[in-house]
Design a protein around this ligand. Structure first.
Ligand code: KG4
Ligand code: ZN
Length: 337
């Protein structure tokens, strides 16, 4: 079964053809990160303009790369949210238009759920449940109890910034363009993490919740009006990164114990960070840890088409064409959307 996936939730326009939920026949992605670089974060209006220009050529390129025509597609999977509403509308309207023109079912897919599915797609073994799902991206910091594909309970999230957003803002303070995560990772390699320089955010009465605004402000005060040497900057990057990742690890360990999970699926752009991967692999030796392959960590349509296959099996008729995208979606995914 071949599913065409379309992703346009933020600054990537992506299309992919996936066979039977796993085999990547094609993946084409255009990013507008270059135009956001100088703003330190995604500029929604500019992202939308790029989506409009890129979406049809990217879909054409994905079909071409897969070596198939539109007739050979079984369904069209579209990321229906969460994300930037203008960006979502462009993807949704395009997908609806194609569903009508090609007479194919339309499958709405939750982008965050798809980030977790990316780790399942990247593994050769069948998914194991119950598992802990961790999404660490520019828009999300989310811990979910995965009962099965499509069945989740939210366990923890952030009360302010998302983790990737914190990386992006700290990167701006250290003089880097958007997206800042990869710059922080590279700079941290040249520094050493100083114990006590920063501390992880704490949320009153909710020990499992995340908060990143405090550490971001601490970094601001560490750099503001100071003539820092490049070594001092590298130490700040390393200390920030280490504090944040140790916080993620600590909560992951607690939650795994709490829900009796011996598998963790991770997803989202921050999972491209090798230090995060090392920390998890070194400290959770009795837990099976599943990462997305690096090209499936960042926003991409392969994960949308992959998860779309499972949704299609559940509901072969697909969605009504009245379906609307939504900037925010509950993560009690199976029950609410
Ligand atoms: O999953 P993604 O492409 O988009 C969202 O759904 O938000 O994630 C993008 C985020 C950005 O905040 C970016 O700075 C961060 O992932 N990121 C990283 C790394 N690569 C990307 N953060 C830390 N280390 C990295 N190597
Ligand atoms: Zn994402």
């Amino acid at each position: 079964m071949k599913i065409l996936g379309i992703e346009s939730t933020c600054d990537e326009t992506s299309a992919s053809v996936i066979e039977d939920g796993k085999k990547i026949l094609s993946l084409q992605t255009a990013s507008s990160a270059d135009i956001h670089a100088k703003y330190g974060g995604v500029f929604p209006e500019l992202a939308c303009r790029r989506h409009v220009e890129a979406i049809i050529p990217i879909i054409d390129a994905a079909l071409k790369e897969a070596g198939i025509t539109s007739e050979e597609i079984d369904a069209i999977a579209i990321a229906k949210g969460p994300g930037l509403i203008g960006a979502l509308l462009i993807g949704m309207q395009t997908a609806k238009g194609l569903a009508i023109a090609w007479n194919k079912p339309l499958i709405g897919v939750n982008h965050v759920e798809a980030h977790l599915y990316a780790a399942m797609m990247s593994s050769n073994t069948a998914p194991r449940f119950p598992a802990l799902g961790i999404v660490l991206s520019g828009g999300h910091t989310l811990f979910l109890h995965i009962h099965a594909i499509g069945h989740y309970t939210t366990l923890s999230t952030t009360v302010d910034d998302a983790i990737g957003e914190a990386f992006d803002k700290v990167a701006v303070l250290l003089g880097f363009p958007y997206p800042g995560g990869p710059h922080i990772e590279q700079l941290a390699l040249k520094g050493s993490s100083k114990k006590g320089l920063f501390s992880a955010g704490k949320v009153k009465k909710n020990p499992l919740a995340f908060s990143f605004s405090g550490i971001k402000t601490s970094v601001l005060y560490a750099v503001k009006d100071k003539a820092l040497s490049s070594q001092e900057k590298a130490d700040i990057a390393a200390s920030f990164q280490e504090t944040v990742f140790q916080d993620v690890l600590k909560k992951a360990k607690l939650i795994c114990k709490q829900i009796g999970a011996n598998a963790i699926y991770l997803g989202g752009g921050v999972c491209n960070n090798q230090r995060l991967r090392d920390i998890f692999m070194q400290n959770l030796t009795n837990t099976a840890i599943f990462w997305p392959s690096k090209d499936l960590s960042l926003d991409n349509a392969a994960m949308i088409a992959g998860l779309g296959y499972h949704k299609f099996l559940e509901n072969p008729q697909g969605e009504s064409l009245q379906i609307q995208p939504s900037a925010r979606i509950s993560y009690e995914i199976a029950r609410s959307s």
